[in-house]
Design a protein around this ligand. Structure first.
Ligand code: FAD
Length: 826
């Protein structure tokens, strides 16, 4: 007697199992039930049909029942829903959705590939006619027809996972204004937040308003439009709503048949994909699988694993030895011009597992180009690698424009093969300039990771940097001045890499030094120079300023405001900035494609030096940072940004030359901050200092007041604070005035009478008191720094100084003078 195999579900896993069964055995009777109208369709292509990127609907139908019958002799029964599994009789009950007939079909072996289904929680109003989920061909037809017929102007996608992000992009393709709402503080949950920040930027740059940290509380239908009320009170109006907030396994059949399932409803299977009932197998989205890296149980709804499991089950049913070795979650998605991909574990998962940063795992972040920079069209990518202290690769994430797919696949393969960091260094990967660099990004991340493991490079992550008291370390920016003009980390000092050797004496060997540059490479070189010159504690900022600025920018948006608003405030991408512009001078072009920050800006600067005032430069670049940098640079250098945006995949900017660029104004930011050393503890001098500080702050200037020696008394709290001090410190501090109210005048103090008199005069003239001036300064953002060293000498502790004071040393003060055009000594 020949074997009879029934398959429930005729798409990814089911169709794959059916075809493989037939290829292995001509005699088996194979019946495949599918409750929908279509089998083996391309779920992954559905969003692109709605976006009219895949124009021909038939292209989505990979197989038809007739073709499967003809080629594989498989009895495909569409619109046939399996209602029950009757374990005792080894049969299933089936209803034909066309005729309504219900019948039984017996099996020797049964394969469940019933997939998953979109979640639809009981949110009030969720059944509105313009709310859709996307899962299959009929869903696609409905959404596409709605877009074609109703021409919605505003769409809101709820959920920032793969499908949500793909739908957002495809609705933009259709010319619809799109907002994306996500409950978490980031889109694309498989990525870490630092990498998701890059995706947020890309979504924002393409006009998607992003509402993070925000769930939907209710939908309210108003005619053809629906109001979406978010948890934070925001109300969005939408003509079309796509719900993609997650999925659940379709395991009702399995549960009713008492097959073992997990808490999420996933069917429990062994490594042969066999359920708790030996003659029943389950595959695809509906099953729980082993995580390849952690060896724990998980659920990963992806097409690749479903297809492979289908093949494995067919092998097993045909008597072959096969096992499923687990899922590592390799995934990839297109987000406009960028590609986002990951494999293995992310940092969030590691932390959830109790693994501690730097104690259990390390992070290497690199910014590389897709191929040799000198060959046209090279594009940047950011690669994050996670590895344990033994160098075993735990996971990787990449965001970039080109070549992301092949790098993630190399890393996924390496991970699957149990490769270590050192293996990445040694991988011999194909190279010619149009395709890669002699050191491929995968090699490069291996080098960085190896440097970390072998102690050649200690590093600090951006989040970690926030936990460090920067007044106690030297934050050393080793970029060129022109790069610093485009932004820097507060509190850092600047010594360009090439000047480090000659200026090394400016740095305190006993202090921790954190180096940073644009992307991490020059920071590392600086670190090595310092280490070789006897500096003990030097760390490099992981991913450099590029990683820092994207994360900070993301955080500043608070992840709760529409991205488009912040985008407009942030830079002028894609806009004609100066509509009144009339071309009078010459036009020049500059191709800065392939160059990474600060390359394009440096090239612009050089080219503009050769131009006359009024001439125009049309520059193209591929570095994504260029788009925002060029606006900032133009403002700071007196040039005019006429227009900026994107042509094909390339950024462009049209700039009119302003003031001649052969002055220092052209290359450096005009310093306009104000700094003061407040050395004196005299009331009148303190008043003068704060009046000047408040005046400057009111004019929008950044002001730093550095209080040292007697000046520290101005900042003291009036009450006596008990603090542990040595004898001299206690004596010194007890003899000095506690706070602003006890200060005397520098002249005509008259045994202490001068101070109340001057206060009275000030009051009569409507001048604020010193205490009010201090408060005003704090409210105005004046940076009030107490000198650590003087505090030690004078026996003053932090507890004795007023709230809001920051603490720092000479380096902090000198760092602020770099950007100042006025330094007073009071
Ligand atoms: P499915 O392919 O979903 O097939 C399950 C079938 O079982 C369904 O057709 C259903 O009708 C049928 N069925 C269920 N119950 C019964 C029953 N009782 N009787 C009869 N029939 C039944 N994955 C990726 O890896 N990359 C991507 O880019 C990607 N993009 C996607 C885009 C979209 C829009 C969607 C919806 C999914 C995407 N996926 C992607 C996920 C991928 O499609 C799934 O992981 C994969 O299809 C799962 O295969 P499966 O066989 O388990 O289930």
């Amino acid at each position: 007697m020949t074997k009879k195999v029934l398959i429930v579900g005729g798409v990814a896993g089911g169709a794959s199992a059916a075809a493989r069964l037939r290829r292995l055995d001509e005699t088996i009777t194979i019946i495949m039930f599918e409750k929908g109208e279509y089998i083996s369709f391309a779920n992954c292509g559905l969003p692109y049909h709605i976006g009219e990127v895949i124009t021909d609907r038939n292209m989505l139908l990979v197989q038809t029942p007739e073709a499967m019958k003809a080629r594989f002799n498989i009895d495909v029964r569409v619109q046939s829903e399996v209602l029950h599994i009757n374990k005792e009789t080894k049969s299933v009950t089936v209803r034909s959705l066309m005729s309504g007939d219900v019948y039984e079909e017996t099996y020797d072996e049964l394969i469940l590939s019933t997939g998953s289904t979109p979640l639809k929680p009981p949110i009030p109003g969720i059944d509105a006619a313009n709310i859709f989920s996307l899962w299959n061909i009929p869903d696609t037809d409905k959404i596409k027809a709605y877009v074609d017929d109703k021409k919605p102007a505003r769409a809101v996608v709820i959920g920032g996972g793969f499908i949500g992000v793909e739908m957002a992009e495809n609705l933009i393709e259709r010319g619809i204004n799109v907002s994306l709402v996500e409950k978490l503080d980031q889109v694309m949950a498989p990525m870490d937040k630092d990498m998701a920040a890059l995706i947020h930027e890309e979504l924002g740059n393409n006009g998607i308003a992003l509402y993070l940290n925000n769930g939907v509380s209710r939908f309210v239908s108003k005619g053809e439009m629906t109001e979406i009320h978010l948890e934070n009170g925001t109300v969005l109006d939408a003509d079309l709503i796509i719900l993609s907030i997650g999925i659940r396994p379709q395991s009702e059949l399995a549960k009713a048949a008492n097959l073992s399932t997990n808490a999420r409803g996933g069917i429990v299977v062994d490594s042969h994909m066999r359920t708790s009932e030996p003659s029943i197998y389950a595959i695809g989205d509906v099953v729980e699988v082993e995580d390849f890296v952690t060896k724990t149980r998980t659920m990963v709804p992806l097409a690749g694993p479903a297809n492979k499991q289908g093949r494995i089950v067919a092998n097993i049913i045909c008597g072959m030895d096969a096992e499923y070795a687990g899922t590592q979650g390799t995934s990839i998605v297109k987000v406009f011009d960028q590609t986002v991909a990951g494999t293995g574990l992310n940092e969030k998962t590691l932390n959830r597992m109790g693994k501690v940063y730097k104690q259990d795992y390390h992070v290497a972040i690199i910014h590389q180009k897709s191929h040799a920079g000198y060959y046209p069209g090279s594009m940047p990518m950011v690669l994050k690698l996670l590895f344990n202290l033994q160098g075993v690769i735990l996971g990787a994430q990449i965001v970039g424009f080109d070549g992301v797919d092949k790098r993630i696949d190399v890393l996924a393969t390496a991970l699957r093969m149990g490769a270590k960091v050192k293996d990445l260094k040694e991988l011999e990967l194909a190279y010619a300039p149009p395709y890669s660099s002699a050191k491929d990004p995968v090699n490069m991340v291996g080098f960085v990771a190896d440097n970390i493991l072998t102690g050649k490079m200690d590093y600090v992550g951006v989040t970690e940097l926030d936990t460090i008291d920067l007044s106690q370390v030297i934050l050393l920016d080793v970029r060129e001045t022109i790069e610093r003009d485009l932004g820097y980390i507060d509190g850092s000092i600047n010594i360009p890499l090439d000047e480090i050797r000659s200026r090394i004496n400016e740095l305190d060997k006993d202090k921790t030094i954190i180096t940073y540059c644009a992307i991490g490479l020059r920071g590392y070189v600086a670190l090595r120079i310092l280490k070789e010159n006897g500096f003990k504690d030097v760390k490099n900022l992981n991913g450099g300023y590029a990683t820092y600025s994207v994360q900070k920018c993301d955080a500043d948006k608070g992840c709760s405001i529409p991205m488009t608003e912040s985008k407009l405030a942030f830079h002028d991408s894609g806009d004609v900035v100066d509509k009144s512009f009339e071309q009078k001078g010459q036009t020049y072009t500059l191709n800065a494609c392939g160059l990474q920050c600060p390359g394009p800006i440096v090239q612009v600067y050089k080219r503009m030096e050769e131009m006359e005032r009024g001439d125009v430069l049309d520059v193209t670049a591929t570095d994504p940072g260029f788009k925002s940098d060029i606006g900032v640079w133009c403002k700071k250098t007196g040039n005019t940004l006429i227009e900026s945006g994107k042509r094909d995949k390339v950024f462009f900017a049209i700039i009119k030359k302003g003031i001649p660029l052969n002055t220092t104004v052209a290359t450096t930011k005009l310093p306009d901050d104000k700094t003061m050393v407040v050395f004196s503890g005299d009331l009148d001098k303190a008043i003068a200092a704060f009046i000047i500080a408040n005046g400057a702050a009111a004019m929008g200037r950044k002001v730093t007041m550095f209080f040292t020696f007697w000046g520290l008394n101005i900042l003291r709290k009036p009450e006596k604070i008990s603090a542990k001090k040595d004898f001299l410190g206690a004596m010194f501090s007890s003899m000095m005035p506690r706070g602003s109210k006890r200060l005397g005048l520098s002249k005509m103090n008259m045994m202490g009478m001068g101070a109340p008199m001057i206060r009275l005069v000030m009051k009569n003239h409507g001048v604020n008191s010193l205490e009010e001036l201090i408060q005003q300064a704090m409210d105005n953002g004046v940076n009030i720094v107490a000198c650590n060293m003087s505090m030690d000498l004078m026996g003053i502790t932090e507890a004795e100084l007023m709230e809001g004071v920051t603490y720092g040393g000479v380096a902090t003060f000198l760092g602020s003078t770099d950007d100042a055009n006025m330094s007073l000594f009071i």
